[in-house]
Design a protein around this ligand. Structure first.
Ligand code: G1P
Length: 277
């Protein structure tokens, strides 16, 4: 089973630095943002992470590649702990496919169709970090309880924010300390507040059936002229069940804007090293 990370975006909100440094490579405390996401994917039991990259973002691939000369030099100088860090990131099972044109999230996911084969797959959107790595395993448990159905993470948002997200329609089927579970019966991408079927917004973590990948080939451009993953999820409901695990917005650390990236750095730093330092 693969974990997909779409990473081909232009990083517009971080220009001008994203002219030369991919947004995914920006430091969050002590490692690049994408390393958190790769580690989360691997902690979910995926056997490989597939990064949907753009040809312009070679820096991501360099980062996860072996650097034996650097590691050897560090060891020679007695800096074994640093050498171990250099070797660790190169040991992760990461592969790449390319999105040649920015045609939307659904299109990015579809670029990994061959890599995923006929298996369920995870999708992890890199703008939100989930450092505890607990969300995907919780989603997998819900899927296992419902015969391997697709499961998406959703979070409650104020109604004036629903238009920024995919939003689900459905009904709660389970109450739980780890989060309520809803059975999904519709999804709509970026609805107007008055048209939103609920206030539960798609959070950016998905466990999807292989049928979603097939349906993506047929999805026509939707909101913003882009091929939307949300539209393929809505289409699959005609054939398969889907569930949503309600997570708390606090379970994720946003890095999608300069402001939220800075805030995430501060919060994770405080957590890791203690407030008073
Ligand atoms: C994407 C998805 C949307 C989801 C959001 C989560 O939108 O299309 O359904 O709610 O991620 O962050 P984007 O943020 O790429 O516009």
């Amino acid at each position: 089973m693969k974990a997909l990370i779409p990473a081909a975006g232009l990083g517009t909100r971080f220009l001008p630095i994203t002219k030369s440094i991919p947004k995914e490579m920006l430091l969050v405390v002590d490692k690049p943002a994408i390393q958190y996401v790769v580690e989360e994917g691997l902690a979910s039991g995926a056997d490989e992470v597939v990064i949907v990259n753009s040809r312009q973002k070679q820096a991501i691939e360099d980062y996860f590649s072996p650097a034996p000369e650097l590691a050897a030099e560090l060891r020679e100088r007695g800096k074994d702990a640093y050498a171990a860090l250099v070797e660790q990131v190169a040991s992760y099972p990461v592969s790449y496919v390319y999105q040649e044109e920015a045609l939307g999230l659904g299109h990015a996911v579809r670029c990994a169709a061959e890599a995923c084969g006929d298996e369920p797959f995870y999708v992890l959107l890199g703008d939100v970090l989930v450092p505890g790595n607990a969300m995907l395993p919780a989603m997998k448990r819900v899927s296992d309880e419902h015969g391997g159905a697709s499961v998406i993470a959703v979070m409650p948002v104020p109604s004036d924010q629903v238009s920024r997200f995919g939003v689900i329609a459905g009904a709660r089927v389970q109450e739980g300390s780890g989060g309520d579970v809803w059975k999904v019966d519709g999804l709509v991408e970026k609805p107007a507040a008055e048209a939103a079927p609920s206030n539960l917004a798609v959070f950016g973590r998905y466990l999807l059936s292989p049928r979603v990948m097939e349906l993506l080939a047929e999805v026509r451009p939707g909101v913003g002229g882009e091929i939307q993953l949300t539209d393929a999820l809505d289409a699959v409901l005609a054939e398969e069940e889907m569930y949503a695990l309600v997570v708390s917005p606090d379970d994720g650390y946003d890095t999608g804007t300069v402001e939220s990236w800075l805030d995430t750095n501060n919060r994770l730093y405080a957590q890791r090293f203690g407030e008073g330092r």
